[in-house]
Design a protein around this ligand. Structure first.
Ligand code: ADP
Ligand code: MG
Length: 250
């Protein structure tokens, strides 16, 4: 991709990101922008590098080369205060996001107390407000195993929002759900988009990507092969690799 297409004003900016595991290149020269209030969907086959890319942004994986910026902060700066930086990033994984030994309310209130130094009362009332917004007020006192998979993922989203992050990273958050529970979680994501959140997400839900994404990036073997507006990528992909990937989903 030509550098003119990159957006120096984007909230999240990856430039030339490389990641190797042993001798294997898993991310190769990744340039990616997520502008404020935009939703960018990463699509691609299993092993294409989607999770690794998200983990690099979340500082769970150290990049071998390249830079990642969140606003004015370089996340790849070795001198970065990772604890401070990670507060600004909300993450939800495919599954096992919640602490099983804590109530849903405590799951959501934990980070604001520990990380933001909120009092118990304030953290709990804010957590309750978030759970109410996500339709989980009546589950607040339950333990996660009493919730359906869809409710657990909505609670995990509530938890990711509790520290008021600037960017949300969602890694296939509906992949482990029974099909009938996928919609309620994607509805929450669509609502977050409407509220102006900035979201980078890996997903296999192409209908969702088509309707909710501002940009879709097709990742293949650690390379962004193609990117663009969802209708173009999903309906008229230019690259043969994208065409093959989409054809396999039919
Ligand atoms: P995706 O999320 O698109 O399925 P991943 O980012 O999980 O892809 O994986 C990309 C490649 O990196 C895969 O080949 C995977 O086996 C490899 N990989 C991921 N994490 C590790 C790790 N911690 N150590 C070694 N290899 C890894
Ligand atoms: Mg993955």
């Amino acid at each position: 991709m030509s550098t003119e297409a990159l957006d120096a004003n984007a909230l999240l900016r990856l430039r030339g990101v490389h990641k190797r595991f042993d001798d294997r290149t898993v991310l190769d020269s990744i340039d990616l922008d997520v502008a404020a209030h935009q939703v960018v969907c990463l699509i691609g086959g299993s092993g294409s590098g989607k999770s690794t890319l998200l983990r690099c942004v979340d500082l769970l994986v150290e990049v071998d080369d390249g830079t990642i910026h969140l606003g004015a902060t370089e996340l790849t700066d070795p001198a970065l205060d990772q604890r401070l930086a990670r507060r600004r990033i909300g993450v939800v994984f495919q599954a096992y996001n919640l602490f099983p030994h804590l109530s849903v309310l405590d799951n959501v209130a934990l980070a604001p107390r520990r990380v933001l130094g909120r009092s118990r009362d304030q953290a709990e009332s804010e957590a309750m407000a978030l759970l109410t917004r996500l339709g989980l007020a009546d589950k607040a006192r339950d333990y996660p195993d009493r919730l359906s998979g869809g409710q657990q993922q909505r609670a995990a989203i509530a938890r990711s929002l509790a520290t008021e992050p600037e960017v949300l990273l969602f890694d296939e958050i509906t992949s482990a759900l029974d099909p009938e529970l996928v919609g309620e979680v994607l509805d929450v994501v669509a609502d977050l988009k409407d509220r102006g959140f900035t979201i980078l997400m890996a997903t296999h839900e192409m209908d969702f990507a088509r309707h909710a994404a501002d940009q879709v990036c097709f990742l293949d073997n650690g390379v962004i092969r193609e990117r663009g507006e969802p209708d173009q990528i999903l309906t008229e992909p230019r690259e043969a690799a994208t065409q093959r990937f989409l054809a396999r989903l039919l």
